[in-house]
Structures are given as structure tokens and as C-alpha cells.
Design a protein around this ligand. Structure first.
Ligand code: AP5
Ligand code: MG
Length: 221
């Protein structure tokens, strides 16, 4: 079984990329690299990049390719990524995918699989509308599908403070879905043609999706 792996999770907003990236991180020790989380941290820290990104993210628009490419290029070079990573939310355009190919080639790293989570678009809005997270540690929950074990208390850190994302508004979600189908959906064909694409049914309950992903990863040569 392959242990050190570099993976991409593809899927529209609300498909479960973040949820499953955290599961893979916990099970296999691969580092979750979420460009959305990195941009939100930069925005919270008030950096120039963060402030400019937040204005676009709050409207549900994509941040320019060069910004996210630079963030990922710096991140995958760090020591903790040497034993593998799961890209969550990157690449999201064909130029980002081409830039990732270059980065991996020059770092002498390999891509092992691209897992696409497919979910009926009608269900995505329901998932996003019910999503919230721990305001202290960022652990993710859902009002119906992933409640904390003790109501109102984060399973991971015990905090009782929760928050919702600023881009989970109706208007921003519509723009995010549009950006996905226009700019990100072509990556399915890109990775299929390169032989990396593995489709997983993202409509199943969280634990079942995780099991399906494990089966796919067990088969990675
Ligand atoms: P990002 O943070 O990546 O958001 P996104 O792609 O819109 O995806 P989400 O995080 O909303 O969904 P997810 O698939 O992670 O689902 P989750 O696991 O939370 O990006 C935000 C913004 O940053 C972008 O709009 C853009 O502006 C910018 N950005 C980021 N990367 C960029 C890039 N590369 N280029 C340009 N701009 C970029 O699950 C959703 C909910 O459903 C949760 O509550 C969860 O508990 C629940 N759930 C999950 N799985 C299941 C299941 N199987 N059954 C039932 N419920 C489930
Ligand atoms: Mg996410």
C-alpha cells in the first residue's frame, strides 16, 4: 500500500472536500492544503493579500490565479508536506492546474490521484446553508448531517463559540456555483485525460464517502 501520497480533492462548493480532506489527514497523516482556509486566515490576519482576497471571496468570486499559485508554491515546499498532502480547493482553473504540474515537476514530486466528489447541485445549497464551524479551532459541523456529540460544544476543542462563513450567503453561493461550473469543472476532463481521475459518490453519508475514498487510496499503485 502506498503511504506517502499527493492528492487533489475536486468537487463543487459544499461537496465535502474540506470534510473528507480532514478525514484523510486524520487517517493517513497527509497534510490538508485548503486554499480557502489559507485565504480566510490571511483575511483574518489583515494582510494585503487577505484583504483583497476577502472582497472577492465574500462575493463568491475566484481570487486571481497568481495569488493562489504563489500561496501553494510556497506551501508544498515546506517540510511537513514531504510525506504527502491533500489539495482541497486547488487547483480551480486550468492555468492553476498547469502551474501545479510545473511545481510538482520542479520539486520532483508526483501526483497520485484526483478524487472527484460528485453531488447533486440541489443538495449543495442545503449542505452550505446548514454548515457552521467552531470559532476557536475551525472544526466543521452541519445542523443536520454532522452535529457535535454534546449540543453546543465543539468535539475537537470544547469551545462553545461557533461561526458561519461570510460567503455562505445566497448570493455568494450562487456565484460560487457558477464559478465552479464555468472555471473548475473543466479540470475533470484535464485529470481524466492524464489518468488520475477517480470518481466517488459524494451523496452518501460522510462515513460512507470516507470508506469509498479509502478503497480508492488502497488501490493507488
Ligand atoms: P473554499 O473554502 O474552497 O470553498 P468552496 O470550494 O466553495 O467549498 P466549501 O468549503 O464551501 O465546500 P467543501 O466541499 O469543503 O464542503 P464541506 O466539507 O465544508 O473557497 C472559498 C473561496 O476562496 C472561493 O469562493 C474563492 O473565492 C477562494 N478560493 C479558494 N481557493 C481558490 C482557488 N484555488 N482559486 C481561486 N479562488 C480560490 O461540507 C459542506 C457541509 O456539508 C458541511 O457542513 C459538512 O458537514 C456537510 N457534509 C459534508 N459531506 C457530507 C455528506 N457526505 N453528507 C452530508 N453532509 C455532508
Ligand atoms: Mg471547504
Amino acid at each position: 500500500m502506498q503511504t506517502a501520497m499527493n492528492l487533489i480533492l475536486l468537487g463543487p462548493p459544499g461537496a465535502g472536500k474540506g470534510t473528507q480532506a480532514k478525514e484523510i489527514e486524520a487517517r493517513r497523516g497527509l497534510v490538508q492544503l485548503s486554499t480557502g482556509d489559507m485565504l480566510r486566515s490571511a483575511a483574518a490576519a489583515g494582510t494585503d493579500v487577505g484583504r483583497r482576497a476577502k472582497a472577492l471571496m465574500d462575493k463568491g468570486q475566484l481570487v486571481p490565479d497568481e495569488v493562489v499559485i504563489e500561496i501553494i508554491a510556497n506551501r508544498i515546499d515546506q517540510a511537513d508536506c514531504a510525506t504527502g498532502f491533500v489539495l482541497d480547493g486547488f487547483p480551480r482553473t486550468l492555468p492553476q492546474a498547469a502551474a501545479l504540474d510545473d511545481m510538482l515537476r520542479s520539486a520532483k514530486k508526483q501526483l497520485h490521484a484526483v478524487i472527484e466528489l460528485s453531488v447533486d447541485p440541489k443538495r449543495l445549497v442545503e449542505r452550505i446553508a446548514g454548515r457552521y464551524c467552531c470559532a476557536k479551532c475551525g472544526a466543521g459541523y452541519h445542523e443536520r448531517f454532522k452535529r457535535p456529540e454534546v449540543a453546543g460544544v465543539c468535539d475537537a476543542c470544547g469551545s462553545a463559540a461557533f461561526s458561519r462563513r461570510a460567503d455562505d450567503t445566497e448570493e455568494a453561493v450562487a456565484n460560487r456555483l457558477m464559478a465552479h461550473y464555468k472555471s473548475t469543472a473543466p479540470l475533470t476532463g484535464y485529470y481524466f485525460c492524464k489518468g488520475y481521475l477517480r470518481a466517488v459518490d459524494g451523496m452518501a453519508p460522510i462515513a460512507e464517502v470516507a470508506k469509498e475514498i479509502e478503497k480508492v487510496l488502497d488501490d493507488v499503485p
